[in-house]
Design a protein around this ligand. Structure first.
Ligand SMILES: CC(C)(COP(=O)(O)OP(=O)(O)OC[C@H]1O[C@@H](n2cnc3c(N)ncnc32)[C@H](O)[C@@H]1OP(=O)(O)O)[C@@H](O)C(=O)NCCC(=O)NCCS
Length: 203
């Protein structure tokens, strides 16, 4: 399951409350016109998206097996966590209204920290869109959610993901074991990025 960053930040009650409120009311406008909070109407599209191993195989924290029941429960559970200010599940719709990608944000408001996992539909991979899409998501986490630290993992055999992460300026911090929902372990590379470093890079 999602694990908070290795680096432990502390927050004031005021900062923690502001992050929880930002997550609850998640303003998706910075994520682009196709971004929507995942709801029951997206179950079918998400099942189709995630049933493709080219999309879901590299991701450790998805429900398995992937079917309408497990995906529906995942949407519902994330909505429950969003109401607490601790997670957001976003789908990206293409120009035909089909689910073309997803991002799941896990937030630790008491540590001003967050994690993201996500994927693009197979026909949209390897077109150079991953770097800019991911940069937009990192920016949203710092700007709209107000976190100060993002931690991310990628499977050790996922060079595309590593490139996307390192292009955004994340600092490599070795490896960590990512725990799948069934309790099995996936060896992962691990990176962190602070808001300060992100803003300095952005200029
Ligand atoms: C990871 C993902 C979001 C990247 O998006 P994308 O649009 O496919 O990626 P891009 O086309 O922007 O390419 C990213 C980089 O990987 C490089 N790349 C592609 N295949 C590669 C390979 N086999 N080995 C090394 N680098 C590779 C590209 O050249 C590019 O780097 P460059 O811009 O410096 O040339 C997307 O591929 C995806 O959804 N994959 C499945 C799910 C997944 O892995 N999610 C991330 C889990 S942490």
């Amino acid at each position: 399951m999602s694990a908070p960053p290795k680096t432990v930040l502390t927050t004031t009650p005021k900062e923690e409350a502001a992050i929880r409120q930002a997550v609850r009311s998640a303003d998706l406008s910075l994520l682009g016109p196709g971004a929507r909070i995942a709801g029951p109407s997206h179950i079918e599209g998400l099942v189709a998206l995630l049933s493709d191993p080219a999309v879901s195989a590299p991701i450790y924290d998805l429900p398995r097996p992937i079917n309408p029941q497990t995906v529906g429960a995942w949407i519902q559970e994330t909505a429950r966590l969003q109401a607490l200010g601790e997670a957001v599940l976003v789908v990206t719709l293409d120009s035909e209204g089909q689910v073309a990608g997803y991002s799941r944000f896990t937030v630790w408001p008491d540590r001003a920290s967050a994690e993201i996992a996500g994927a693009r539909r197979a026909d949209l991979q390897n077109l150079g869109g991953g770097k800019s899409g991911a940069a937009g998501s990192f920016n949203w986490m710092f700007e709209a959610l107000g976190v100060r630290l993002i931690g991310v993992t990628a499977a050790t055999d996922n060079p595309r993901s590593a490139k996307v992460i390192e292009a955004a300026g994340f600092v490599s911090m070795g490896q960590r074991d990512a725990i799948r929902p069934d309790g099995t372990v996936r060896a992962s590379f691990y990176w962190e990025l602070t808001r300060e470093a992100w803003m300095a890079r952005r200029g």
